[in-house]
Design a protein around this ligand. Structure first.
Ligand code: GAP
Length: 454
C-alpha cells in the first residue's frame, strides 16, 4: 500500500495543529526558517531527550557539553571551514535566482517549472563559483576586519576545542565521548523541503575519542547503534537504511562515512552521518592553537592523538522523519481520521483527560484525574466540543491515550481508557490510573503501520 504521508500533508498538519510555522510569517516569511509551536517544542524536546538518554543515561563513557555558538575565528581556519566549506553556485541572469550547481538536475526553473535551471531557452546561467556557507557577523561595536566572527556551521568543533578541558575534568580516558546538542547555521544556497534543509537548525553530535587501532571497531559499533536508535523509537525498518559513502563522496577529514537514510516523501535522504574522522581535528587544532591535544596513557607510557568516530544527527530532520513515519489516515465511524502514530515516548502529550459532558460534576471529577496525571506525565485537559471531535484532535497530535470521565465514573471510580492505535476502550480504576499509564508508556512499541502492511 503506498504511504499516505506527503510533505504537503505534513506541512499542513504542522501548521493546523501548531507544531511548526514558517518564521516571520506576518512579514511574508524569511527564506526557509521555521518556528516551533507548543506541540512542536514538546515533540522535538522528546527527540532530543531520547538522544541524551542514549548518550548519557544508558552509557557511562560519554559526557555532555554546551559550547558557545560564536567561537574564535581561528577555529574555522583550523577545521578547514574557512577555506573549504563551500558549495558550487550559479546565478541565472534572466530570473535572478541562485542554484546549487551540483543539484541542477533536482531543481525546477522558476519560470518554466517543467524544466531544470539552464534547460529553458531563456535561462542564462553564470559559470559555477564557490560560495562559503558560513554566516558572518561582527563582534563588538567596531566593524573592522579583526571583528569578523562566524555563526558555527556545526557543533562538532566546539567539542574538539574543549578536548583538553574535558579530559582534565571528566576523569575519562579513550575510548570516551563528548556529546552536544545545539543550533548550527549554514547559508544553504537551496534550502527546502520544510525543516529537512534550513539555514538555522539543531544538531545532535557526539565525538567519540578512541585509541587509533580501535577506530574501525568503534566505527562499526556506532553505525549500528545509531541506526538501532531510530528503530527503537518506532521508525519502520523498511524505511531506514545505512549507506556507505563512495571514496569520492568522503569529506576531506573522513576515511569512512555511512549515512543513516530515511525514505522521506522526497526519496531516500540523509538523517544522520557516522564518520571516522581519524586524528584530523585534534591535529589541526593543536597546530593552530599551539596546545597539545593528545592523551598520555599512564599504563603504557604512550602518548597519542586519539582518533574520532562521529555520529552527527539533526534534531529537526529526525523530528520530520518521526512525523512522516507516524502520519496515517484511516476511517472511523464512517469518517476520515488523521492520526500521528508516534512512539508514545515521543508523543508531545501522553494522555488527554476528557469529561464526557460539561455538567453533572463531570468536569470537576475530570479535573481531579487531570491533576493526578499531570504530576507524572505531559497531560492535557479538554472539555470543548463533542467527544468525537476531542478524540480526533488528540489523534492528530499523536496522544497515545485518552481518558474519559462519565456518569459511571462518579459511581464506581473508574474511567474509560482509549488507545490511539488499537482504538480499544477499557474501564480502569482511577486509583491505579497513573501507574497503569506509566507502565503502558514504558512498554516497547512498534509502528502499527508495520502490522497493517504485514
Ligand atoms: N559534524 C559533521 C556534520 O555536521 P553533516 O552531515 O553536515 O555533518 C549532520 O550534518 C546532520 O545535521 C545531518 O545528517 C542532518 O541531519 C543535519 N543537518 C545538516 N545540515 C542541515 C540543514 N541545512 N538543515 C537541517 N539539518 C541539517
Amino acid at each position: 500500500m503506498p504511504d499516505v504521508a506527503t510533505m504537503e500533508k505534513i506541512v499542513a498538519l504542522c501548521k493546523r495543529r501548531g507544531f511548526i510555522f514558517a518564521s516571520s510569517e506576518i512579514y511574508g516569511g524569511l527564506g526557509s526558517t521555521y518556528d516551533y509551536g507548543h506541540y512542536g517544542v514538546l515533540l522535538k524536546t522528546n527527540v532530543k531527550n531520547e538522544w541524551w538518554r542514549a548518550m548519557l543515561q544508558e552509557r557511562d563513557d560519554i559526557v555532555a557539553l554546551d559550547s558557545a555558538i560564536l567561537q574564535h575565528p581561528k577555529t574555522w581556519e583550523a577545521s578547514g571551514h574557512l577555506a573549504g566549506f563551500t558549495d558550487p553556485m550559479v546565478d541565472c541572469r534572466t530570473c535572478g535566482q541562485r542554484f546549487r550547481a551540483d543539484h541542477l538536475g533536482d531543481l525546477q526553473c522558476p519560470q518554466r517549472p517543467s524544466k531544470h535551471p539552464g534547460e529553458a531557452t531563456q535561462c542564462d546561467l553564470t559559470e559555477a563559483r564557490d560560495f562559503n556557507l558560513m554566516f558572518e557577523t561582527t563582534m563588538g561595536p567596531v566593524k573592522d576586519s579583526g571583528a569578523t566572527v562566524y555563526l558555527r556551521p556545526e557543533t562538532a568543533q566546539g567539542i574538539f576545542v574543549n578536548f583538553k578541558n574535558v579530559l582534565q575534568f571528566s576523569r575519562k580516558k579513550p575510548p570516551f565521548g563528548i556529546a552536544q546538542i545545539g543550533k548550527s547555521f549554514r547559508n544553504e544556497i537551496t534550502p527546502g523541503n520544510f525543516v529537512f534543509r534550513t539555514r538555522e537548525f539543531e544538531q545532535m553530535e557526539m565525538e567519540f575519542f578512541v585509541p587509533p587501532d580501535e577506530a574501525p571497531r568503534w566505527y562499526e559499533f556506532w553505525r549500528g547503534a545509531r541506526r538501532d536508535w531510530y528503530v527503537e523509537l518506532g521508525l519502520r525498518e523498511d524505511h531506514l537504511r545505512l549507506r556507505e559513502h563512495d571514496p569520492d563522496e568522503l569529506s576531506h577529514y573522513s576515511s569512512a562515512t555511512a549515512d543513516v537514510e530515511y525514505l522521506f516523501p522526497i526519496g531516500w535522504s540523509e538523517l544522520e552521518g557516522i564518520a571516522n574522522r581519524g586524528d584530523f581535528d585534534l591535529t589541526q587544532h593543536a597546530e593552530h592553537s599551539g596546545e597539545k591535544l593528545e592523551y598520555f596513557d599512564p599504563q603504557t607510557k604512550e602518548r597519542y592523538v586519539p582518533h574520532v568516530i562521529e555520529p552527527a544527527a539533526g534534531a529537526d530532520r529526525a523530528t520530520l522523519a518521526f512525523l512522516v513515519d507516524a502520519y496515517d489516515e484511516d476511517e472511523l465511524g464512517g469518517e476520515g481520521r488523521t492520526v500521528l502514530k508516534l512512539h508514545p515516548r515521543l508523543a508531545p502529550v501522553k494522555v488527554a483527560v476528557l469529561p464526557h459532558l460539561r455538567k453533572d460534576g463531570l468536569p470537576e471529577a475530570a479535573q481531579e484525574v487531570y491533576a493526578a496525571l499531570r504530576r507524572r506525565m505531559q497531560s492535557e485537559y479538554d472539555e470543548g466540543g463533542s467527544i468525537g471531535k476531542r478524540y480526533r484532535r488528540q489523534d492528530e497530535i499523536g496522544t497515545p491515550y485518552c481518558v474519559t470521565i462519565d456518569h459511571q465514573s462518579l459511581e464506581d471510580q473508574t474511567v474509560t481508557l482509549r488507545d490511539r492505535d488499537t482504538l480499544e476502550q477499557e474501564r480502569v480504576a482511577i486509583d491505579g490510573l497513573p501507574d497503569e499509564l506509566a507502565a503502558r508508556l514504558a512498554r516497547p512499541w512498534r509502528s502499527p503501520k508495520v502490522a497493517a502492511q504485514a
